[in-house]
Design a protein around this ligand. Structure first.
Ligand code: NAP
Ligand code: ZN
Length: 349
């Protein structure tokens, strides 16, 4: 079936209206009428070919929420009309050790929601800046928030799980001092989630203008990372730092803030490498740097339920599809509080 979408025909071309094909739902598929789709910095990296291997046309979008509009014959957990979400994963091998453990995000056969190989036309996946999507039922998530919060739930599907998963894995909670670096789409969710988990949260920003806003999100303290004096006041004090910055930067400045055995986990995925950190910053305090990629399907459902229970949604700015190119420019300037979300009703206009 043909549906309206928004995407780009080349890395140096703006996104524009186009039509794409969605498959007829198979026995285990769920077809979703997309209501809203969040705008992740990864969408921009991919569509501008800042990461390798972008196929064109490229339709980004992996923060998808909407309603089930058809189900395959063998689908029992979802019915027409259910509120559901789809994040960064639309398929995986479903039988490797990672899939068995619910870590589809680490399966070698993971199929990303856009730009990943598929049998569907045109041979690679096309994302959520579109009217409909069809996915295997395993990759549909149940949304328990109130329907009027749906647009603000969309960013949980990537920004939410990408911060929730490492915060849980490195045990953010009462008695732990947790830093969140970069207050963008991911970072603002990291602050809300770490606060809800009971940690003492310190937000790090390069933007003086976000100082008060970060406190309103739940940060106990805010540090403007460009000020060495403010940074030094937190030396050797953190259990865990979640670094969401989308550009290469000096990691040593943050490593020095970790306690003995502290970890800094990188979730930002800049197009070019960070300068290598100083080995002495690891060995002198047995510190670690780690990475983390989104989260598996069971943990994504756990995160959605945690957010519904704690009244957590993203802070969003709703846009029309034809405002997406301008939104990308504003995202690059850090000028969004804190996530753009496309109203997909505007795709057909
Ligand atoms: P975003 O909304 O653009 O936020 C990134 C924030 O980083 C900015 O708001 C800014 O915060 C800070 N920043 C940007 N450039 C900087 C620079 N040159 N130096 C220092 N700080 C800078 O992006 P996002 O959607 O949150 O995504 C962040 C990164 O995570 C992207 O690279 C994205 O591709 C990646 N990502 C990874 C995963 C994963 O699974 N690991 C999932 C989703 C996204 P301040 O203004 O507060 O400094
Ligand atoms: Zn994302």
């Amino acid at each position: 079936m043909l549906v309206h979408a928004y995407g780009a025909h080349a890395a140096d071309k703006p996104l524009e209206s186009l039509q794409i094909t969605r498959r007829t739902p198979g026995a285990h598929d769920v077809q979703i009428d997309i209501a809203f789709c969040g705008v992740c910095h990864s969408d921009l990296h991919q569509v501008r070919a800042e990461w390798e291997g972008t196929q064109f046309p490229c339709v980004p979008g992996h923060e998808i929420v909407g309603r089930v509009s058809a189900v395959g014959a063998h689908v029992s957990d979802f019915k027409i009309g259910d509120l559901v979400g789809v994040g960064c994963i639309v398929d995986s091998c479903k039988h490797c050790a990672d899939c068995e453990a619910g870590f589809e995000n680490y399966c070698d056969g993971m199929v990303g929601t856009y730009n990943a190989p598929t049998k569907d036309e045109p041979g690679w996946t096309l994302g959520g800046y579109s009217q409909k999507i069809v996915v295997h039922e395993r990759f549909a998530l149940r949304i328990r928030h109130a329907e009027d919060q749906l647009a603000a739930v969309a960013p949980l599907l990537c920004a939410g799980i990408t911060t929730y998963s490492p915060l849980r894995h490195w045990e953010a909670g009462p008695g732990k001092k947790v830093g969140v670096v970069g207050i963008g789409g991911l970072g603002h969710m990291g602050i809300k989630l770490a606060h809800a988990m009971g940690a003492h949260v310190v937000a790090f920003t390069t933007s003086d203008s976000k100082r008060e806003a970060a406190k309103a999100l739940g940060a106990d303290e805010v540090v403007v990372s460009r000020n060495p004096g403010e940074m030094a006041a937190h030396a050797q004090s953190f259990d865990f730092i979640l670094n969401t910055v989308a550009a290469p930067h000096d990691l040593d400045a943050f490593l020095a803030l970790l306690k003995r055995d502290g970890t800094m986990t990188l979730v930002g995925a800049p197009a070019t490498p960070h300068p290598s950190p100083n080995v002495f910053n690891f060995i002198t305090k047995r510190r670690s740097i780690a990475g983390s990629m989104i989260g598996g399907i069971p943990e994504t459902q756990e995160m959605l339920d945690f957010c519904a229970e704690h009244g957590i949604v993203a802070d969003i700015e709703l846009i029309r599809a034809d405002e997406i190119n301008e939104a990308y420019e504003r995202m690059l300037k850090g000028d969004v509080k804190y996530r753009f979300v496309i109203d997909t009703a505007t795709l057909a206009a």
